[in-house]
Every structure is written in C-alpha cells, then in structure tokens.
Design a protein around this ligand. Structure first.
Ligand SMILES: *[C@@H]1O[C@H](CO)[C@@H](O)[C@H](O)[C@H]1NC(C)=O
Ligand SMILES: *[C@@H]1O[C@H](CO)[C@@H](O)[C@H](O)[C@H]1NC(C)=O
Ligand SMILES: *[C@@H]1O[C@H](CO)[C@@H](O)[C@H](O)[C@H]1NC(C)=O
Ligand SMILES: *[C@@H]1O[C@H](CO)[C@@H](O)[C@H](O)[C@H]1NC(C)=O
Length: 493
C-alpha cells in the first residue's frame, strides 16, 4: 500500500517496506546514501502517507489485569451504519472476538469472523492477513475484500465482491499490538514471524474449538504484502503440528500470497529490472544500480533465515537500490506506479480509523475502551530483523503435502512487483519445478475480458493481475473474487 514515495512502508496492508532512506540526492556517481534510521519517525512518516494517524504507536492497555486462563470470548455483532436490508444480528452471522493468547503474559488477539453469504456449512474457511508488519486486518476488510466498504459518510455499503461471498472469512489483528489486539505487557510484542506464528496457531486452535462445525471445512490462509512472510511461516507451523497430530488437525488446503515479500534476495534484484521495464529509470541509471546488486545479494544471503545483525545491514544496504529508483522516478505511488502521491498522501485510508474509533461502534464490537490502531510503528520496528529473511524455504514441503500455493500480483505495484514474485516462484526447488517452468502462460479471463496472465502446474499457480496495483482486491474486486473462487474449487484459473 502505500508507500510513499520515498519510503514505503508497508502499507497497508502489507507492505512492508523499508524504512528508509533518505531519498535521492543524486550526485553523479553515487547512489543515494541510506540513512538507516530504523526508528520510528521514518515508519510514522510512511503511515501518514496512507493518511493514517493512529493515536498510539502500539496497543498497550496499561493496568489491564493479567488473566491467566486462555479464553476466547466472541459475540455476534451488527456493525452500526450498515444498510441492513432487514438483516438481523442472528441472520448476519457476523462475529467479533478476543482470544487471550496462552504463550504471552497478557495479550489478547482480536478478530472478525464473517460467515459466508453463500453456504456457510460447506464453504471454506479463509483467513486474511494484512501486512506491514503492523497494519490491522481491518484496513483490508474495509478497502479490499470485506463484506462491506465504507462510504464517505461513514455508512457501510455491501461489497458485491467481498470474499465472504464464497467463504467463511476471518480477519485477525496480528502481530499483537495492532488493530484492536493489545497487551498490558510490552514483552508480549513479537520480534519475529516465528514468534507471531505461535500466537496465530494458538488462535486457530481456539477458533476451531469454539466453532467445531467449521473445523472440517477446507481451510485457506491468504494475505498481502508482508504477509508473504507470515503465510509460509504460519503454514509450516500448521503443517508440522498436523503431522504430530496435536492438538487438533487444521484442514489446510492452500495458501495465497498477493503482492507479497517472500524471497528478498530475488525480489530486491528485480526492482531495477521492473523499473527499467516500466520506464521508471533509464538504461544508464539501471547500469549504475546494478553495481550494488552483488553486495546486496551477499548481505541478504548472510541474513538467510536466522535474523542476525546481517539482516539489518542487508536492509540498509539494499534499500539504496530501492531508494535510488524512487529518487529518479519522482513522486510515484510505489504501490501503484500509474498514480502519483498527492501532497504527502498516496492513499487515503483514514475512514477506517474514524469509523472504528467511534464509541458506539466500539461498543457494538465489544472492544470496551481499546482504541483501534491502524498501523503500529512499534510492531513494525520490533519485526525489523525479519524483513530481509527468506520465507520461501518452507514452501516445497507444503507443496509436497498437497497444499496448494497461489502467488498473485497486480502488475503496477513496484514495492512487491510481479516480476520479482514470478522469479522466486520459478526459482523455487520442489518436485514440480521443471513442470512449472515449462508450463505455458495463458490468459485469466473474467467475463470475457483478459484479467491477467496465469501459469500453473500441479499445486502451484502464479497469476499476474492486469490493471491492478499492490492491493488487487481493491483495484480488481470482481477478478480477485473470481480468482479465489476458481482456485479454491480446484478449477483452472
Ligand atoms: C449447503 O450445502 C449443503 C450440502 O450441499 C446443503 O445440504 C444445504 O442445504 C446448503 N445450505 C444452503 C443454505 O444452501
Ligand atoms: C451515506 O452514503 C451512502 C452512499 O453514498 C448513501 O447510500 C447513504 O444513504 C448515506 N447515508 C446517510 C445517512 O446519509
Ligand atoms: C546466521 O547468521 C550468521 C551471521 O551472519 C551466519 O554466520 C550464520 O551462518 C547464519 N546461520 C544460519 C543457519 O544461516
Ligand atoms: C538517466 O537518468 C538519470 C537519473 O535520472 C539522469 O541523470 C540521466 O541524465 C539520464 N540519462 C540519459 C541518457 O537520459
């Protein structure tokens, strides 16, 4: 989402972004030097570019009594200002809840659960994860694929292409500290995707304990941007626990990553190629950027997947390439290079904060005094060592076990561009790698219109989505719902 230009943050949803760097002064022979200020000011700037102004930097509820018993508390809800067409709380099947996370001192994870508008007993269960790291699932709920969107007057309008049209849809605010998820103990703030996966897995167990009728339905994890890290990590955790038969089998059938950051080594190298292809930079500037590739790649390799200091060095160094591109490309919206950022803003997602922080809305949701926090700068900085880690390594075992993978990307996103995504997918070593590489690219057609280009072999599908930026469900709602539906049903896209 949005990033802004100069520095992307994660946008919204996902994104991740990099912190960073000063923009471009471009003296003739040098790349812009990156001032590595991981801190807060940089991240906060990125959040503001989305026109988000969270009052807190992390959701810490001071003085909240520690509760030792893991417990999930859920209620049926009806959102205020929903044009209801006669719907009642009972027949809507909308829920909001808190789960007291057992592997934390006092954290509570917030989630929304929307039963399918189609057939709740047979439709799959789909979880959506927003990126950042540190942005709330509600940003996607209201601007991308949720049951409704926000109108300018803060009323809710049904979304004809909400993913709850074909699934029982869950949005979680994670890692702890973002959205309505909170803790009273700072030590509960997660510093790695691995640690976040413990909480996510605990939540899933509690969710299916609470909703046993959904436990046998097909289960999918989806998400965007920085969720390109979460999704493989969380799925590997589920898969391992399933093999150990404890505590409860999670019926995972597939994972879908939209404009994700999964394999930084390959994806960083692709920035300059994508920028050249899209004419954001010229050949001579490209050649100059290329000189930074070898060292950037070496640093990312050193970072590997173990979160050492080299991950920070890789981030600082490699972002020079990214910042160099932004420095010459002007004030483009790096989530959608067709667009410019207007003033300091690339997108305006401010209504989600205005809506969810109204007292009567919070009362209806049962969140008490907890404030809604759109994107947490502290959660982002806590996870900073994870940004450059490669999370593709766990995927081949999932494919081997028959878990499907869909990687899709809107063609005009720079920050998690389709080219880098298609390359890491093609480079991944798994039993079907050769078959995938040889598979033809064919059109993804929706209503007779070419909506993208797809390539598929066995459980693996890659889809480049036309006329979309980073947030595919926002830009191409109908095509994205069609994509999800066909993919989950096992039809060719
Ligand atoms: C949902 O699907 C099941 C199994 O096909 C069917 O028995 C049930 O009637 C369907 N429910 C609705 C509301 O269509
Ligand atoms: C709010 O805006 C929506 C969409 O423009 C409109 O349908 C609705 O009537 C408006 N509600 C109020 C209370 O003005
Ligand atoms: C972890 O990082 C250190 C420091 O760069 C490196 O020497 C080591 O090989 C890495 N370990 C693994 C398992 O990747
Ligand atoms: C290429 O782009 C760089 C950076 O914007 C600029 O300084 C340079 O003049 C351009 N070179 C040509 C040949 O257009």
């Amino acid at each position: 989402m949005q990033p802004a230009f100069s520095h992307g943050f994660l946008s919204l949803l996902l994104i991740f972004s990099f912190p960073i760097l000063s923009t471009a002064e471009s003296s003739k022979d040098q790349l812009p030097s990156s001032t590595v200020e991981f801190p807060r000011t940089q991240v906060e700037k990125m959040i503001r570019q989305l026109n988000l102004f969270p009052e807190l930097d992390v959701n810490i509820a001071e003085g909240e009594p520690a509760v030792s018993e893991p417990k999930l508390v859920e209620k049926r809800i009806q959102f205020p200002h929903l044009s209801d067409r006669g719907a009642t709380v009972e027949n809507l099947g909308h829920h909001a809840g808190y789960f007291r996370l057992p592997h934390t001192r006092s954290a509570r994870m917030f989630y929304f659960f929307f039963e399918s508008r189609n057939n709740r007993s047979t439709d799959p269960v789909v979880v959506w994860l927003t990126g950042g790291p540190g942005c709330s699932g509600s940003v996607a709920l209201f601007y991308e694929n949720g049951p409704f969107h926000l109108a300018d007057n803060l009323s809710l309008i049904w979304n004809d292409f909400g993913w709850d049209k074909v699934s029982n849809l869950i949005y979680v605010d994670q890692p702890i500290g973002t959205g309505f998820s909170y803790t009273s103990y700072r030590g509960d703030i997660r510093k790695s995707t691995e640690a976040a996966s413990v909480d996510f897995y605990d939540f899933l167990q509690a969710f299916f304990r609470r909703h046993p009728r959904y436990a046998k339905n097909d289960f999918y994890i989806t998400g965007e941007s920085y969720a390109g890290h979460y999704i493989p990590a969380f799925s590997v955790r589920i898969h391992k626990a399933n093999r150990n038969k404890k505590p409860r089998y999670i019926n995972i059938k597939g994972i879908a990553i939209g404009n994700g950051l999964t394999n930084p080594e390959i994806q960083y190298k692709s920035y300059a190629d994508y920028a050249l292809d899209m004419k954001l930079i010229n050949q001579s500037y490209y050649n100059r950027l290329r000189r930074s590739f070898p060292l950037c790649q070496l640093q990312i390799k050193r970072c590997g997947n173990n979160g050492s200091l080299s991950c920070l060095m890789a981030l600082a160094y490699c972002n020079r390439i990214y910042d160099g591109i932004l420095g010459v490309a002007g004030d483009i919206n790096y989530y959608d290079i067709r667009k410019k950022c207007e003033g300091p803003l690339c997108y305006d997602f401010s209504d989600v904060e205005r809506y969810l922080n109204q007292e009567h809305v919070r009362t209806a949701l049962g969140v008490g005094d907890i404030q809604f926090l759109s994107c947490s700068s502290s959660v982002y900085t806590a996870m900073i060592r994870d940004l450059m880690k490669n999370f593709a390594g766990g995927i081949p075992a999932l494919l081997q076990a028959g878990v499907k993978l869909l990687v899709y990307a809107g063609e005009y996103d720079l920050i998690c561009n389709w080219l880098g995504n298609s390359r890491w997918v093609a480079a991944m070593k798994w039993y079907g790698q050769k078959g995938f590489q040889k598979a033809p690219s064919t059109s993804f057609v929706v209503d007779g219109v070419m909506a993208g280009l797809k390539k598929s072999y066995g459980p693996l599908t890659f889809l480049k989505v036309y006329n979309a930026g980073h947030m595919v469900p926002m830009d191409q709602p109908k095509a994205s719902l069609e994509m999800l539906t066909r993919w989950m049903q096992g039809q060719p896209l």
